[in-house]
Design a protein around this ligand. Structure first.
Ligand SMILES: Cc1ncc(COP(=O)(O)O)c(C=O)c1O
Length: 376
């Protein structure tokens, strides 16, 4: 029997984001509110111009570079405005005066938002001469992802954009999409640093922190140096990636606290987890545990996604009726589980299994699902 205390509620947090963070990191964060070791000041009151903080940014850049095995050809930036800001910034930087439209995949709620955000002055999106949707899963309710061989892509497109993990529907690409000869840009907000990737096949990756990397408030951008040279002239300094690359993300006041937590998470991935390959293995076990529970439930729990495209990060499922879903959520909440309600656009149930969620917590959820089904 699970007894619900504030601590167990943190351990049983399946929120779609901001999501659960590892306990050991939370403890360090808690202590840092009073005083950061070596500094003697609260993390909330340390100057962004201090040597400690500028060193912290460099260290965090380096840790992310090492985790992704990135060469010095890439910059690691810590920006504000969330992933939504990146939808527009990418288009402003690389798609204002281009001869060919940029190509986008529409594979779920967030990629649809990325297309909307990139259409700048052209509304509705369908009318934008700057954007071509190369594939859309809208008509099939976003239940499957395309394969590369299904796409007829333009080798002259200024860039190709997709979302690696669809957080709302629970779909995740298992292959890198697009042509290697075209600038590849990817929103990895909900699976960044959850597994090793061939990062150098991307020209630009962005991911907000609040799922696998830390609290809301900072967005990581990994950008190839050569891409900086293609930025259109005339952008406000703040919206120009070059400004932040040159200033090592310290052009104006950066989110000091959020970057500090990202640094702790990067250390945790290295020192406690044992790297991205190990993190991936744990994430696979977690997802398998829930998908097995769903598949073995005699259709009581139903996941609508093509099995090949299932996400390791967001496991979505429905129960036989809305009333049963409500009962499931209420009962789960009373036992200390939280964040299990599906995204407001689709309803149902969603268990988000970000890096900070433990295998033990997922096993408890799976057990609860089993008991719930047996007792209704
Ligand atoms: C894949 C993905 N992209 C973009 C966003 C939007 O992020 P933000 O709220 O930081 O703008 C989300 C939000 O959850 C997301 O899951």
């Amino acid at each position: 029997m699970i007894t619900s205390t504030p601590t167990t509620r943190n351990l049983l947090n399946f929120s779609g984001g901001p999501g659960a963070l590892p306990e050991s990191v939370l403890r360090q964060v808690q202590a840092s509110i009073e005083s950061v070791p070596d500094v003697g000041l609260s993390i909330l009151g340390i100057s962004h111009r201090s040597k400690w903080f500028t060193d912290l940014v460099l260290d965090t850049e380096e840790r992310i570079r090492n985790l992704l095995k990135l060469s010095k050809d890439y910059h690691v930036l810590f920006l504000q405005g969330g992933a939504s800001q990146q939808f527009a910034t990418v288009a402003m930087a690389f798609n204002q005066n281009t001869k060919h439209p940029a190509e986008y995949l529409d594979t779920g709620y967030w990629s649809a938002k990325s297309i909307e955000g990139a259409s700048l002055n052209s509304k509705p999106v369908e009318k934008s001469p700057q954007i071509r949707v190369a594939w859309s899963g809208r008509d099939t309710q976003y239940t499957r992802l395309p394969r590369n061989h299904e796409l007829a892509l333009n080798k002259d497109a200024p860039y190709f954009h997709y979302v690696s993990n669809e957080t709302v529907e629970g779909l995740q690409f298992k292959e890198i999409m697009g042509l290697d000869s075209v600038t590849r840009i990817c929103d990895m907000s909900s699976d960044f640093l959850s597994a090793p990737i061939l990062a150098e096949r991307f020209s630009l990756i962005y991911a907000h922190a609040q799922k696998n990397l830390g609290p809301a408030g900072v967005t990581i951008v990994v950008i190839k140096d050569a891409l900086l040279k293609l930025i259109e002239p005339g952008l406000p300094a703040f919206l120009d990636y070059r400004t932040h690359a040159l200033a090592h993300s310290n052009f104006n006041t950066p989110p000091v606290f959020a970057i500090y937590v990202v640094n702790l998470i990067a250390k945790w991935l290295d020192d406690e987890v044992g790297g991205l390959q190990r993190m991936h293995e744990i994430n696979q076990q977690k997802a398998l545990c829930l998908y097995d529970q769903i598949d073995g439930s005699d259709h009581f729990y139903k996941n609508a996604v093509n099995p090949m495209d299932r996400s390791l990060m967001n496991v979505t499922f429905r129960l036989p009726s809305a009333a049963l879903e409500e009962k499931f959520l209420k009962h789960a909440e009373s036992l200390g589980f939280s964040g299990l309600g599906g995204h407001r656009s689709v309803g149902g149930i969603r268990a988000s299994l970000y890096n900070g969620v433990t295998l033990n917590a997922v096993r408890q959820l799976s057990e609860f699902m089993h008991d719930f089904r047996s007792n209704v």
